[in-house]
Design a protein around this ligand. Sequence first.
Ligand SMILES: C[S@@+](CC[C@H](N)C(=O)[O-])C[C@H]1O[C@@H](n2cnc3c(N)ncnc32)[C@H](O)[C@@H]1O
Length: 278
Amino acid sequence: MNERDLAEFCHSLSGLTEENRRILAQFVLPHLLTVLADRQGACQCATREEYLQRCTADPAEQRKLYMACFNSTSEFFRDRWTFSLLERTYLPPLLARGGFRAWCAGCAAGQEALSMAILVEELAPVLAGASATIFATDIGPDQHALAMAGRYPRSQFRHMTLERMKRWFLPDGEALQAVEELRSKPLYSTHDLLDNQAFCPPESIFGSFDIISCMNVLLYYNHTTQVRLLQNFHRTLASDGLLVVAPAEIGIVNQSGLFANLCDGSIFNVVPGETCPK
Ligand SMILES: C[S@@+](CC[C@H](N)C(=O)[O-])C[C@H]1O[C@@H](n2cnc3c(N)ncnc32)[C@H](O)[C@@H]1O
């Protein structure tokens, strides 16, 4: 299957909305092939062709295929090195000037946004109570409710210190729940990063973010879409704003020419003067 076959297959899925089909066609081919193989196994089809035929004829399966494309795996302080750089070097000056605005784009059930909120809350008292707003968005229909509940399996805490875990979470059966004070910090909403009408969450009104963290999202999309997403981030960051991605996405950002790598890691700043098509 090549890119063209994929586009044709996506186009044939009449059980999906046009919007869903448009999004599906923007995933990178290896990701879609993995998801197709998983669904083929789940449907006990002997070959990919058999699965494609079945899927084309079955709107319920089309919906399952679409949903399976959104991997929502996440954990707290997922890339420890990046969060430690944010805590020690990059967040304090941004917080100190007041009115800090962050956007966690593709936040799953809130693990990344709460990791950021913990750093902000811990740094704010030493910075004279600097005010901060964290917008946190995801496309997944279930992610918003999960984030609002703030309840997470213990396996997602392996990068968090015990001290932080005790300070910010309470045991809830087999899981841990974020204390209300923390849970209420990110402003969660459902938002599609590929929405042509909204470059950033509408409730943030004008963007101008000090930080956009978008970790483990770019890598699921094709090159054209990756560039478009990075152009949107470039446009909605403040002129000295930072973009944070996952280590596996550093190459994607470097190639775009829109951001400069700050630390040989996954933190970038906007290249001044670089403009994006409107
Ligand atoms: C692998 S998770 C990463 C979660 C978190 N950022 C992290 O690194 O732990 C990817 C998330 O991006 C979300 N996502 C993928 N495509 C999206 C889109 N077009 N708009 C908004 N969210 C998207 C998925 O729903 C999923 O929750």
